[in-house]
Design a protein around this ligand. Structure first.
Ligand code: CA2
Length: 150
C-alpha cells in the first residue's frame, strides 16, 4: 500500500542555505536537507513532498494542496513566521498535524525573531537543532500521525 504523504515546506531565502551566515545556519545546503528528509521518510513510512519558495502566496497554495493530499506538514516558514497572518490562517485550515521547524533557536536571537505567529497553530515546534531538526521532525511526525494528534 502507498505511504501517506508528508509535505515539508520551506519559506523565503532557505534556497540559499549553506551559502551565508554559517555560524547561525551551518554549511548544510537545502538539497542535503531534502536528502536527509527522504532517508528519514523511508524509515518512517512517508512519501516525501519537499518544497521551497520565496513567495508567500505559493507557500499558502501548497498548504491548500496539502489539505487534500498530506497526512502532515513540516514547515520552516523562515521570515514569514513573524509577519504572515495569511500563512497562519492557511495553516489553521489544515486539519492534520503540523510541525513548525527552525534551524536556529529563534528565542536565543534578536527580539524580532521571538514571536512566531505560526506557533499559535503548530502542533509542535522544533528550534535550534540545526539541519538535524528536519530528520527529527519526520520521526516526530510519525508519532503524531500514529497517535492521531493535531
Ligand atoms: O532558523 C531558521 O530556520 C529560520 O526559520 C531561518 C529564517 C529566520 O528568519 C528565522 O528566524 C529562523 C531565515 C532564513 C534565511 O535563510 C538563509 C539562507 C542562507 C543563509 C542564511 C540565511
Amino acid at each position: 500500500m502507498a505511504h501517506p504523504k508528508l509535505m515539508v515546506l520551506n519559506g523565503p531565502n532557505l534556497n540559499l542555505l549553506g551559502e551565508r551566515e554559517p555560524q547561525i545556519y551551518g554549511t548544510t545546503t537545502l538539497a542535503q536537507i531534502e536528502d536527509l528528509c527522504r532517508a528519514q521518510c523511508e524509515n518512517c513510512g512517508f512519501e516525501l513532498d519537499f518544497r521551497q519558495t520565496n513567495f508567500e502566496g505559493v507557500l499558502i497554495e501548497s498548504i491548500h494542496e496539502a489539505r487534500k493530499t498530506a497526512a502532515g506538514i513540516i514547515i520552516n516558514p523562515a521570515g514569514l513566521s513573524f509577519t504572515s497572518v495569511a500563512l497562519l490562517d492557511a495553516l489553521k485550515m489544515f486539519d492534520n498535524p503540523k510541525i513548525e521547524l527552525h534551524i536556529s533557536n529563534i528565542h536565543r536571537r534578536e527580539e524580532i525573531y521571538h514571536r512566531s505567529l505560526v506557533s499559535k497553530t503548530a502542533t509542535a515546534v522544533i528550534a535550534g537543532l540545526g539541519p538535524a531538526g528536519y530528520g527529527l521532525a519526520v520521526q516526530a511526525m510519525r508519532l503524531l500521525v500514529d497517535e492521531g494528534r493535531v
